[in-house]
Design a protein around this ligand. Structure first.
Ligand code: BGC
Length: 833
């Protein structure tokens, strides 16, 4: 269809309307040209669907977990699964993947990124996007660009030298554009490039220059949610679509700018044409009056708890698990295991997904105790928390609450600006005090409830309100603030973890009814709507952390094996903020050490997305990095512990032993700028540059068998086979690696190939060594295989800022291959002319 002609033929008001969302997740429709509403949804942990879609979604392991498989075929299967989820939920555009790099381990969205390495990120993202878009569902690659830090994310400008920008941070975006991605998300932050310090949504040299003109991107540049600041600058800078809507800086203002001649109509037509092309690609446009295509829900995708979906998610979570240590082959556990003490704050409360916009509601979370009992029928399995690691108390149980009338729940009075009650409602679910206000007169609500608690012990009620509030407990003022907040609390995610105020109840034997009255502001969050949010929590009397640790230690010493599940939690890892340090929260290090003392057969499972310091790692006999495993937590844990599936993950980032060693400690903005002085030495390259030894290096993972590498041959001809045919024009050489499974059981290896630059002429900006190829191989015990790994021309090239082009430096490159970035077993030379 000639979408350009269709676009230019539309009346101006319809053109402009199309350029801003019709709602938080939808675009405008135009019946007259057969354009139905295009729907977008987050990504990347699943497909959440639009607001109000109460249906659960398949909850995947965190993206870094799936990256730990290093398996492009599995990424393609994820793409196909997400396409099915999108169809099921009426979604046309999935806001995924995130291809920003894990520059610093403290980055809040670390778990949402794939890897610290640009090459691994690129290969996995391309596989995902190809599979997703093949099903007619668009990917939205994000966040363009240099969005590696959450702190002040809507304010800072990233300053990166151009060579680093091209070789490292733009590289995954460029590859994905070349692979034909249909949409891209302009980030909140700004970029300093070609003398322009501008926010990404209005950066001409970035969006018009590099993305559209140089790379030939023909898709839609979508703003991150509420990121667009200025009307004309964003329009001229290359942004195509403001999200969310309605409202925002375009609309009437943009129409006026066109009429005044400040924005040429061609610029508008180009944006409209791009949106129409997107609509055509996802099957939302016929171009014929009145002929609006219905959403194609014909391919009935399986529900997220269907056996085939659960099997894939289990395989993903198990395959992504990384064996960090396995002394004396403690793992996998044999069928003769008699008793398992499952211990730890994260065993009692699994952390399955990180916080923020990627959140999806899972249909279930597979219980580890049940899964272990099923997998080890001869063993008794017991669960012991061993202390809590979260600072906040658990959510208030709804059944403790009653309204002043004695009905279950909380009375909500909707107040206008004079404090008059304009409406009332009752909320019964205390775990989610987060509701929309539809009446624009309502500026505050008054929440009234009575909490019935049984006497004895230490009780506490915690309140974490968002914005202005006044909270009274039994008529006594607990907290008051007049500081009203707006949409910034959504952008910085502070609504997820606001300041807590605690009411401690007297420690006596009296049963009591605690009267709560709280006036809470309505947060007017622009296109995110108007809402009220309060975290209401209750800590009931119980064992102290010390008592719980002691109880867990006793259980460990009485068991055949202790499995300690430790890690981060929703207070730690989320979009919206960066972590202050890499410590495990609470007393979890102490828990591990004390359990180990009680039972030498201790296996530690790390339930975290991003690196944490594990000071005892080389003292425990076995440790697995289990990520944020998604809905199939329990089933995947049982599968890897028993070896039903080999945990064949390899770290897609570096695990520090000591926080002081981390090359980029935090990457926080200073005076509004985030600088990247390490240049191209991102991630493991920085550790190599400084000769530092991490706890476990990039690419590390033991699996359950052993491998012997015996031969490498590098030829400068492209490899044979389908992959090579596809990349023939860009493949410069092929590394053929021979290896054998030298262990006792079938296994999966990730063969990794790194390059080192010619010694002469010296190029100090080149990393010591960089990843240039990898392949996943399966082999039975004793079987030898040779795998051909293509090495792309781009892996050898450097960006010449002076000539503004790529150059291929001639000379002899060292090609090294092995099991990780530090366990390199083979080497060969390759002359490049
Ligand atoms: C995030 C995006 C997300 C969008 C919509 C933003 O705050 O940065 O990744 O897609 O919200 O939820």
């Amino acid at each position: 269809m000639d979408t350009a002609a269709l676009a230019s033929g539309l009346p101006l008001d319809e053109k402009i309307a199309l350029l801003t969302g019709a709602g938080t997740w939808v675009l405008h429709n135009i019946d007259a040209i057969g354009l139905r509403t295009v729907t977008v949804s987050d990504g990347p942990i699943g497909v959440r669907g639009v607001d109000g879609d109460g249906r659960p979604s398949a909850q995947l392991p965190a993206p870094s977990a799936t990256a730990a498989t290093w398996d492009v075929d599995l990424q393609a299967r994820i793409g196909t699964l997400m396409a099915g989820e999108a169809r099921r939920k009426g979604v046309d555009v999935v806001l995924a993947p995130v291809v920003n790099l894990q520059r610093s381990p403290v980055g809040g969205r670390h778990f949402e990124c794939l890897s610290e390495d640009p090459f691994l990120t690129t290969r996995l993202a391309v596989a995902f996007i190809d599979a997703l878009q093949q099903q007619g569902v668009a990917a939205c690659i994000k966040h363009f660009i240099a969005n590696e830090t959450e702190t002040d994310r809507t304010e800072y400008v990233s300053r990166i030298d151009e060579r680093t920008l091209r070789e490292v941070y733009l590289a995954p975006f460029e590859a994905v554009v070349e692979a034909g991605v249909w949409t891209i998300m302009a980030a909140y932050n700004g970029l300093s490039l070609e003398g322009v310090d501008a926010t990404a949504t209005e950066h001409g040299p970035l969006l018009n220059g590099i993305l559209k003109n140089e790379w030939g991107f023909d898709g839609v540049v979508i703003s991150d949610w509420l990121a667009t600041k200025n009307t004309v600058e964003a329009a001229l800078g290359g942004l195509d679509l403001v999200m969310p809507g309605p409202g925002g800086p375009w609309g009437e203002n943009l129409t006026q700018a066109v009429r005044d001649g400040r924005v040429p109509i061609d610029v508008i037509d180009d944006k409209v044409a791009r949106i129409l092309l997107l609509a055509e690609r996802v099957g939302a446009l016929t171009g014929t009056a009145g002929d609006v295509p219905a959403f194609d829900a014909t391919d009935a995708s399986p529900e997220p708890d269907a056996p085939e979906v659960r099997a894939l998610l289990t395989e993903l979570a198990a395959r992504s698990t990384v064996v960090l240590r396995n002394e004396g082959a403690l793992l996998p556990l044999g069928a003769d295991t008699t008793s398992v003490a499952l211990i730890g704050p994260n065993a009692a409360k699994l952390f399955t997904q990180g916080g923020g916009s990627a959140f999806v509601r899972a249909p279930l979370v597979a219980d580890p105790v049940a899964a272990l009992r099923a997998a080890l029928p001869a063993a008794s399995v017991s669960l012991h928390r061993g202390g809590v690691s979260e600072a906040g108390a658990p959510a208030m149980p709804s059944e403790l609450l009653s309204t002043p009338d004695g009905a279950p729940g909380m009375l909500i009075e909707h107040l206008d600006s004079h404090g008059a009650v304009v409406d009332t409602s009752v909320i019964t679910d205390a775990a989610h005090i987060w509701f929309d206000i539809l009446d624009p007169r309502v500026v505050d609500v008054r929440l009234t409830t009575d909490v019935s608690v049984a006497g004895g012990g230490h009780h506490a009620i915690e309140f974490a309100p968002v914005g202005a509030h006044r909270i009274e407990v039994d008529g006594v003022l607990l907290s008051e603030s007049g500081a009203r907040v707006g949409s910034e609390v959504v952008l910085n995610s502070s609504y997820a973890n606001p300041e807590t105020f605690t009411a401690t109840l007297p420690d006596d034997d009296a049963d009591r009814v605690v009267h709560i009255e709280a006036v809470l502001q309505v947060v007017q969050a622009d296109a995110y709507g108007d809402f009220v949010r309060l975290h209401l929590r209750y800590r009931e009397p119980g064992l102290s952390v010390e008592q719980e640790i002691a109880e867990a230690v006793a259980a460990a010493s009485a068991s055949d094996v202790a499995v300690v599940v430790i890690g981060t939690n929703p207070e730690t890892e989320s979009e919206g903020w960066d972590r202050p340090n890499l410590d495990l929260p609470g007393r979890q290090n102490e828990l591990v050490r004390r359990v180990l003392e009680a039972n030498p057969r201790t296996i530690v499972i790390v339930n975290a997305g991003a690196p944490v310091i594990l000071p005892w790692l080389d003292e425990v006999p076995a440790a697995l990095w289990w990520w944020l495993p998604g809905q199939e937590a329990g089933t995947s844990l049982a599968a890897v512990l028993t070896g039903a599936v080999e945990p064949s993950g390899r770290l897609p980032w570096t695990l520090p032993a000591d926080e002081a060693d981390v090359p980029v400690a935090n990457g926080l903005p200073v005076d509004g700028f985030v600088d990247y002085p390490e240049g191209t030495d991102v991630g493991h390259r920085g550790w190599d540059r400084h000769g530092l030894t991490p706890a476990r290096e990039f690419g590390y993972g033991l699996g359950y068998t052993t491998w012997e590498y015996s031969g490498i041959a590098v030829t400068d001809a492209p490899a044979s086979g389908a992959e090579a045919a596809a990349g023939a024009a860009t493949t410069l050489a092929t590394a053929s690696i021979t290896l054998a499974n030298s262990g006792p059981r079938a296994g999966r290896e990730v063969v990794q190939v790194y390059l080192e630059a010619p010694a002469e002429p010296a190029d100090p900006q080149r990393p010591v060594r960089w990843l240039a190829g990898f392949a996943v191989v399966d082999a039975e015990p004793g079987v030898e295989i040779t795998v051909d790994i293509p090495l792309a021309r781009r892996s050898f090239e450097i960006w010449s800022t002076d000539a503004a082009t790529w150059r291929l430096p001639a000379g002899t490159y060292r090609v090294v291959a092995g099991r990780s970035s530090r366990d390199l077993r083979l080497e060969a030379a390759l002359a490049v002319s």
